[in-house]
Design a protein around this ligand. Structure first.
Ligand SMILES: Cc1cc2nc3c(=O)[nH]c(=O)nc-3n(C[C@H](O)[C@H](O)[C@H](O)COP(=O)(O)OP(=O)(O)OC[C@H]3O[C@@H](n4cnc5c(N)ncnc54)[C@H](O)[C@@H]3O)c2cc1C
Length: 367
């Protein structure tokens, strides 16, 4: 019998394998597509932030920075002596209209309690800090400018975690797990992302297709933060000499990952040009689509032990934030598995009880 089997070798699987291996557990990771063609993490925008409503999500975002900043030491291996996640610490800027302002003022109390280091600004003053913005229709905004939020290269981060886990003894194998009961192990961790329901059919997580467009603009702002325009739902960031922009439109029941190209002209470009007048001159240069592991109950993580099994733990439902939460989730699950309770960030609020009681704990700031 195996000691630990992790089903799914994506970013959550790799992070969990790393933390468990560090604690001396013998981990086998089973991944059905080692090229990760449809996995969520390589198709993500790579963003990490602490600008959330709920304290646990804020603290997971803070730990992401701490962890990513140290990987040149912690994830160093013989094969990968200089691990990097190519961090771009440009910060985040979230823009709120009057309809979201009250909620945001409440969220700021949590930012303060968690010492998140975010700044709040009235929309009338926005142009003094971000010269490129049209503040029309906005009431307030929150941002960071001290290199504590930004984005990373998800491939490089995954590679660094996986390499270190392997050096610590983890084995990554190709395999398609059909049923959780097919696995014989002391501990089983389901890290199957948006496909979790195939293994655990009572978990309300579904693949939700999101499209990202790549665009070029004659005017380049390399220092631009990852900006989320809550009134339109569009978000964007610089990518090399271009920009990436996410559509607010999402779809369930899409077996293919063809981007929703029509969204660009009808939704994304108008919203971008409205908020950044220079973006009127955009040219579409490409795009892709990927699946969010959407928790259809409350858009929040589902993490912990499955009460119907003796030995099954799971982590899924991150709804657009699994990459940034992977270090905190990998560490938290390891604490739960090896000591029986969380030792650092208390993740009990993401447990399975609320799911089966259908008690929503909605995190509003989904981009
Ligand atoms: C367009 C887009 C933008 C995003 N932007 C961000 C962002 O800026 N920041 C952020 O933090 N997050 C972002 N995300 C979300 C993030 O990518 C996901 O939340 C995260 O990747 C989830 O990690 P995971 O390991 O659970 O799932 P995945 O990365 O999908 O990995 C799961 C793995 O499990 C394997 N698997 C599934 N079932 C089985 C089985 N039965 N047997 C064997 N293997 C199996 C799959 O092949 C897959 O490789 C974005 C996602 C998308 C699509």
């Amino acid at each position: 019998m195996d000691d630990v089997v992790v089903v799914g070798g994506g970013i959550i699987g790799a992070a969990t394998a790393y933390f468990l291996s560090k604690e001396g557990r013998k981990v086998r990771v089973i991944e059905r597509d080692p090229a990760y063609k449809k996995a969520s993490f390589p198709l993500s925008l790579g963003g990490f932030r602490r600008q959330f409503f709920q304290k646990e999500n804020i603290n997971l975002g803070k730990f992401a920075l701490e962890f990513i900043s140290n990987i040149s030491n912690t994830l160093k291996t013989k094969n990968n002596p200089n691990p990097t996640a190519s961090m771009v610490p440009n910060g985040y800027l979230l823009l709120f209209g009057p309809e979201h302002a009250e909620e945001q003022y409440e969220a700021l109390k949590n930012h303060k309690a968690c010492d998140a280091g975010t700044k709040n600004i009235n929309a009338s003053k926005l142009k003094e800090v971000f010269s490129w913005i049209n503040p029309e229709g906005l009431e307030t905004a929150t941002y960071t400018d001290s290199k504590i939020e930004g984005w990373i290269d998800p491939h490089m981060f995954h590679n660094a975690l996986k390499n270190k886990a392997i050096e610590l003894g983890a084995k990554f194998e190709k395999g398609d797990v059909k049923k959780i009961s097919d696995i014989k192990a002391k501990t089983i961790v389901s890290a199957a992302g948006c496909w979790t329901k195939e293994l655990l059919d009572d978990i309300p997580v579904a693949p939700q297709k999101h499209t990202v467009f790549r665009v070029k603009c004659p005017k380049h702002y390399p220092e631009m933060p990852l900006t989320g325009d809550l009134p339109s739902g569009v978000y964007w960031r610089p990518e090399g000499k271009e920009y990436l922009a996410g559509s607010p439109n999402s779809k369930f029941d899409c077996p293919d990952l063809e981007p929703e190209w029509d969204d660009f002209e009808s939704l994304v470009w108008p919203a971008l040009a409205n908020r950044v007048p220079e973006f009127e001159q955009l040219k579409l240069t490409g795009g892709w689509a990927g699946y969010y592991d959407c928790n259809v109950l409350d858009n929040n993580a589902i993490v912990g032990k499955h009460p119907k099994y003796e030995n099954v733990f799971l982590a899924t439902g991150f709804t657009g934030r699994g990459l940034m939460q992977s270090p905190g989730i990998g560490r938290g699950l390891t604490e739960l598995i090896t000591t029986g309770k969380y030792q650092t960030i208390d993740l009990s609020c993401f447990g399975l009880d609320r799911i089966f009681a259908k008690q929503k704990r909605t995190e509003p700031y989904v981009l």
